[in-house]
Write a protein of this length. Sequence first.
Length: 69
Amino acid sequence: MQLQRQMMTDSAVSGRKLAKSKLAIAKDQCANLGRCLGAAEESYALVCIARKEVEEKLKGAESDLENVC
C-alpha cells in the first residue's frame, strides 16, 4: 500500500513538473506571437503611409499631365 501511494505521489509530482514546463513553453510562444503581431502592425502602418504617399504623387503627376496637355 505504501509503495502504491509513493508511486501515485511520484506520478503526480512528475505530471506537475511536466505541466509547469509546458506552461513555460506556452508563455514563451505567446510572447513571441505578441512580438510578431507588433511587428506586423508596424509594417501594416508603414505600408499604409507609403500607399498614401504614392497616391498623392500619382494625383500630382496626373495634374501635371493635364496642365501639359
